[in-house]
Write a protein that binds this ligand. Structure first.
Ligand SMILES: Nc1ncnc2c1ncn2[C@@H]1O[C@H](COP(=O)(O)OP(=O)(O)OP(=O)(O)O)[C@@H](O)[C@H]1O
Ligand SMILES: [Mg+2]
Length: 258
């Protein structure tokens, strides 16, 4: 792809030519974070109708950027684009190496991120199987994951964003919801999320758990450590919010015995 072709591909993807928004945040972020191979991947998804155009930026992170997109059928979707260059190579490598579901581990960062992306897709599918409310995964390719968009005009707020507006009863319900998810995943799904927190729960028609990139299965030797982390973070957070919570050690014992 030449420089010019690259620019055009981005413009086409984000529907700029019709919308003339060269100065927009979306355009800036797209130019900054999409390298050639990412643009090619997005173009592929565009040709297949999964991304008619991108609409806006939901979140820019160290590892991934999340965009809103629209499919050729007019359905709104969330598009999570992992950076193919990240400083987290070591962490990603360790997490993947410990996962018994992952076979061959590529040595180059870009391909490792592809494995990471595919694993998040599989985790979403697996969580749905155990009746956990997550964004429905649509498709993935290389470092791009397309999933159900949670929200209306804008994205749904995270628990962290609305915690101050919640009544004690709402917080209690959210606490039981979250503990219920952790338990169901562990007991029935042989699975652990690994980053369960007020940042990864969206408040919508019902609470929705997002960000499944680090989730893994019980057979993984890191799984108990991840389970502990989830329990610890959740119990601590809700205790700080004044909810009557369970004892961490008791809960952990209970889950590990079953
Ligand atoms: N399906 C979705 N619908 C609406 N908003 C979403 C969706 N997925 C993610 N978001 C928004 O984007 C933000 C970042 O997403 P996510 O938590 O998956 O990635 P991250 O924490 O940046 O990256 P990483 O997976 O590398 O930890 C979320 O906090 C949420 O606000
Ligand atoms: Mg997150």
């Amino acid at each position: 792809m030449s420089e010019r072709e690259f620019e055009r591909a981005i413009e086409e993807l984000i529907g700029l030519r019709e919308r003339r928004e060269k100065g927009s945040e979306l355009y800036k972020i797209a130019n900054e974070v999409f390298d050639k191979s990412t643009t090619e991947t997005l173009s592929y998804l565009h040709r297949r109708g999964w991304i008619e155009h991108l609409q806006g930026v939901v979140s820019t992170g160290k590892e991934a950027n999340v965009f809103t997109g629209v499919t050729s059928e007019g359905e709104k979707v969330a598009v999570k684009v992992y950076r193919t260059y990240t400083t987290e190579f070591r962490r990603i490598w360790e997490y993947l190496a410990a996962d018994p579901r992952v076979g061959y581990l590529p040595k180059d960062m870009r391909k490792l991120v592809f494995v990471w992306t595919r694993r998040e897709f599989k985790n979403l599918q697996r969580a749905i199987k155990y009746a956990v409310r997550v964004p429905e995964p649509k498709i993935f390719r290389n470092n791009v994951l397309v999933m159900e968009f949670i929200g209306g005009n804008g994205p749904a707020p995270r628990l962290k964003d609305v915690e101050r507006e919640l009544e004690p009863q709402d917080l209690e319900e959210l606490y039981s919801f979250t503990m219920g998810v952790i338990e169901r995943l562990w007991r029935r799904g042989d699975m652990v999320h690994g980053d369960m927190s007020e940042y990864n729960i969206l408040i919508w028609d019902s609470p929705v758990v997002i960000d499944w990139s680090q989730a893994t299965v019980k057979r993984n030797k890191m799984s108990v450590a991840l389970l502990k982390r989830d329990l610890w973070n959740v119990i601590n957070y809700f205790t700080r919010k004044g909810v009557h919570t369970e004892d961490f050690n008791e809960k952990l014992r209970e889950l590990l015995e079953a």
